[in-house]
Design a protein around this ligand. Structure first.
Ligand SMILES: NC(=O)C1=CN([C@@H]2O[C@H](COP(=O)(O)OP(=O)(O)OC[C@H]3O[C@@H](n4cnc5c(N)ncnc54)[C@H](O)[C@@H]3O)[C@@H](O)[C@H]2O)C=CC1
Ligand SMILES: O=C(O)CCC(=O)C(=O)O
Length: 444
C-alpha cells in the first residue's frame, strides 16, 4: 500500500516535467485547485482519471483500393451530472492523453456554466486534408460504428470539434440511426438544422467567447468600440468570434490559420473575410486585403485582445513574453502552457480561461439535445438569450471566486467547476466528510 502511494506520488510529481502534455497540465491544475479549496485529496484522485477510455481501429478502404487503418479514441471523464458530452476531433496530432485532457476540460466547463452533462471527447488521428470526401465520410461512419456501444442520448453525446463540421455530424447520426433502426436525434449535436440541429449552434462558441470578452472589458473598464484584437485560428470558433467582435466595433487587425496569417493595421474587412472563407475552399491566410504575418509575430502585436482559437500549447514561454494584450480570451481548449501562464500572470494580463471562455458551444449543444428530447424547436432568439444567461452566470461565478480567493481567473474557474462536481459526488455518496465550503453553483 505504502509502495503504491509512493508510486502515485512520483507519478504526480512528474506533472511539472511534462509541460506540454495537456493531460498532465489539467491534472496539475486540478490538484492545485483541490488543495486551494481545502478539499480532501480524494477529490483529486476521483477527478484525475476519465471513467472510461476506448481506443478503436478504423480500417478504411481508400479510393485507390488500398486499406488504411486509422486509430480513434473516445474518453468519458465523469457522468455524475448527466451523460458525458463533447466534440470529436480529426487531426494528425490527436493522441490518447490529448483526448483524456479534453474530456476532463469538458466536465469542468459544463459544471461552470451549470449544464447537466459530464465531460467526453473523441478524436481520430488523421489529416482530413489528405482524404477525399468519400474517404472522410467512410471514416466518420466507421468511427461512429466502432464507438456505438458506449454512446447514445443518455450515455455520451458527441459534437463537432477541430476539423469536424455539421456535415460530418450528419453522416455520423445517419450511421447511428441506421444501426439502431430508428431516428435518435439526441445522440449527437451540432448537426444540420434540417435533421434536428439547433438554430444558433454554429455560432454558439464564438458568440459565447464574445460574451465573456464583453464582461472582461467591463471589469477592466475598456471601451470595446475603441479596442483592437488579433485572432489565431479562423475555423468555426475563430470566424464566429471575429464576426461578433466586429459587430461590437472591435477592430481586428490580424488573423492566422494553419497555413499563415494576415495583418492590416487599419482593420481587416471581417464581413468580406467571412464571405471569402464561407464555402470552405479558401483559407483566411489567402485573403488579399492584408499583408502576411506569422503566428509568432501575431502574438506580439500591440492589440488589446488576443484570442487563441486554434489548438493547444500556443501561448508558451516563447510566445507569452511578447504578448502586449490586456485580455487573452482562450477560445481554444488548452492554448496556454503553465510557463506561458506564469508569464501572463506576471504581466497582469486578464485571462479568460478556456473552460469558461468557450463554454458556449456545449451550452447550445445542451439546448439542441433538450429540443431533440422534446421534439419541439426554439427560435434562435430564445437560444441566444439562454446562452447569454449561462455564460454570464459562469463568468460571474468565476470572477466572484477570483476576488474571494485573490487568485488567477484560471484557478478560480477550476475551483468553481470542482466545487460543483464535489456537490454531486457528495450527493451520490462518492466522497464523505470533505470540508469543502458550502458554495452551491446552481443557477436555479
Ligand atoms: N467547435 C466548437 O464548437 C468548439 C471548439 N472549441 C475549441 O476551439 C478550437 C478551434 O476549434 P474549431 O474552430 O471548431 O476548429 P476548426 O477546425 O473549425 O478550425 C481550426 C482553425 O485553427 C487553425 N489552425 C490549426 N492549427 C493551427 C496552428 N498551428 N496555427 C494557427 N492556426 C491553426 C485552422 O487552420 C483553422 O482555421 C479548438 O481548440 C476546439 O477544441 C471549443 C469549444 C467548442
Ligand atoms: O458541443 C459540444 O458538445 C462540445 C463542444 C466541445 O467539444 C468543446 O467545448 O470543446
Amino acid at each position: 500500500m505504502a509502495k503504491e502511494k509512493q508510486n502515485q506520488d512520483k507519478a504526480e510529481s512528474d506533472i511539472t516535467t511534462h509541460d506540454h502534455n495537456p493531460y498532465d497540465i489539467v491534472k496539475g491544475l486540478i490538484q492545485e485547485s483541490v488543495k486551494a479549496l481545502g478539499l480532501d485529496e480524494n477529490v483529486y484522485h476521483v477527478l484525475k482519471k476519465p471513467m472510461r477510455v476506448l481506443e478503436v481501429s478504423l480500417p478504411i478502404r481508400m479510393d485507390d483500393g488500398t486499406i488504411q487503418n486509422f486509430t480513434g479514441f473516445r474518453s468519458q471523464h465523469i457522468d455524475i451530472l448527466g451523460p458525458t458530452k463533447g466534440g470529436i476531433r480529426f487531426h494528425p496530432n490527436v493522441n490518447v492523453d490529448e483526448v483524456k485532457a479534453l474530456s476532463v476540460w469538458m466536465s469542468l466547463k459544463t459544471a461552470i456554466v451549470d449544464i447537466p452533462f459530464g465531460g467526453g471527447k473523441g478524436g481520430v488521428i488523421v489529416d482530413p486534408e489528405n482524404l477525399s470526401v468519400s474517404e472522410l465520410e467512410t471514416l466518420s461512419r466507421t468511427y461512429i460504428r466502432k464507438i456505438t456501444p458506449i454512446i447514445g442520448p443518455q450515455k455520451d453525446i458527441p459534437a463537432p470539434d477541430v476539423n469536424t463540421s455539421p456535415e460530418v455530424m450528419g453522416w455520423m447520426i445517419d450511421e447511428f440511426d441506421q444501426l439502431r433502426g430508428y431516428n435518435i436525434p439526441g445522440m449527437i449535436t451540432g448537426k444540420p438544422v434540417i435533421i434536428g440541429g439547433s438554430l444558433g449552434r454554429l455560432e454558439a462558441t464564438g458568440r459565447g467567447v464574445v460574451f465573456t470578452i464583453r464582461e472582461a472589458a467591463k471589469v477592466l473598464d475598456m471601451d470595446l468600440s475603441k479596442s483592437t484584437a488579433a485572432l489565431q485560428g479562423f475555423g468555426n470558433v475563430g470566424s464566429m468570434t471575429a464576426k461578433f467582435l466586429h459587430e461590437l466595433g472591435v477592430k481586428i487587425v490580424a488573423v492566422t490559420d494553419a497555413r499563415g496569417g494576415i495583418y492590416n493595421e487599419e482593420g481587416i474587412d471581417i464581413p468580406a473575410l467571412l464571405d471569402f472563407v464561407k464555402d470552405g475552399s479558401n483559407y483566411a491566410s489567402d485573403f488579399s486585403d492584408a499583408e502576411s504575418i506569422t503566428n509568432d509575430k501575431m502574438f506580439g502585436l500591440p492589440v488589446d485582445i488576443l484570442i487563441p482559437a486554434a489548438i493547444e500549447n500556443q501561448v508558451t514561454k516563447e510566445t507569452a513574453g511578447n504578448i502586449q494584450a490586456k485580455i487573452v480570451a482562450e477560445a481554444a481548449n488548452g492554448p496556454t502552457t503553465p510557463d506561458g501562464d506564469k508569464i501572463l500572470e506576471e504581466k497582469g494580463v486578464f485571462v479568460i480561461p478556456d473552460i469558461l471562455c468557450n463554454a458556449g458551444g456545449v451550452t447550445v449543444s445542451y439546448f439542441e439535445w433538450v429540443q431533440n428530447t422534446m421534439n419541439y424547436y426554439w427560435k434562435e432568439k430564445e437560444v441566444n438569450e439562454k446562452l447569454e444567461e449561462h455564460m454570464l452566470f459562469g463568468f460571474e461565478k468565476v470572477l466572484e471566486m477570483k476576488n474571494d480567493k485573490k487568485c488567477r481567473m484560471r484557478d478560480a474557474a477550476y475551483m468553481v467547476g470542482i466545487n460543483h462536481l464535489v456537490k454531486a459526488m457528495e450527493a451520490r455518496g462518492w466522497i464523505r466528510g470533505s470540508d469543502m465550503e458550502s458554495n452551491h453553483n446552481d443557477m436555479k
